[in-house]
Design a protein around this ligand. Structure first.
Ligand SMILES: *[C@@H]1O[C@H](CO)[C@@H](O)[C@H](O)[C@H]1NC(C)=O
Length: 212
């Protein structure tokens, strides 16, 4: 450790004081992003309004290229979903993730289990499309839902990938947990940060010939 005791002692006193006095103490979280099922980074003080720490581990396939990534940061607790989310746009384009949100200093340090990736088709289908740089997409293709994906999503907004921020729109299958995502929220995936303007989520239509 290269840090001197001074700032740490100050931080501790400050944290203790604002806890005792019941002030709105800023939270601090581990912040990092990188390949693999965990990552390590520095502790940072969260900006105003971000009252939770999050860790997300995601496995994604883009045109058949698979990768596992981890993301740790501060975020708004009300936008933070703890648990498993799976989305599928096509057989080679999908993402599964596991996330954990918490509200004490450094609580997102360490690692969480990688998400399960059940690619078994479940008979449901959703309109599907991916449109980078667009605000809408037609959904003329059909995605075959897998595992626990019982809902159809239509997400659109902006995506931040490194220093690039661009519009995007996508439709496909998702687990019901994806419905937790609300429009006008900031949503981390393991590799990108999304700002959603549109977050529609509906039960997938029953396939024909499967009458109740
Ligand atoms: C995978 O998904 C299929 C289709 O929904 C389901 O029948 C199966 O039980 C799942 N397997 C596991 C291990 O969850």
């Amino acid at each position: 450790m290269r840090t001197s005791a001074g700032p740490r002692a100050f931080l501790l006193t400050f944290t203790l004081l604002c806890t005792l006095l019941g002030l709105g103490c800023p939270l601090s979280c581990e912040v990092c992003k990188g390949p693999g099922p965990t990552c390590n980074g520095k502790m940072k003080t969260c900006e105003d309004g971000k009252d939770a720490c999050v860790v997300v581990v995601g496995e994604s396939s883009t045109k058949g290229r698979q990768s596992v990534n981890t993301y740790k940061a501060c975020m708004k607790f009300k936008d933070c979903y703890s648990g498993f989310v799976s989305t599928t746009v096509g057989p080679k384009d999908y993402m599964v993730s596991n996330a954990y949100c918490c509200q004490s200093d450094g609580c997102n340090q360490g690692s969480i289990p990688s998400p399960q990736n059940n690619r078994t088709e479940n008979g449901l289908q959703c309109p599907a499309c991916i449109a980078p740089f667009q605000e809408t997409c037609p959904g003329t293709q059909a995605a075959r839902c897998v595992g626990q994906e019982t809902h159809c999503i239509y997400f659109a907004g902006n995506v931040q990938a490194g220093i690039i921020n661009t519009k995007f729109a996508t439709r496909g299958c998702a687990t019901e947990s994806a419905c937790y995502t609300k429009a006008e929220s900031e949503v981390p995936s393991a590799s990108y940060l999304y700002f959603l303007h549109r977050a529609d989520c509906l039960p997938a239509p029953q396939p024909p010939g499967r009458a109740e």
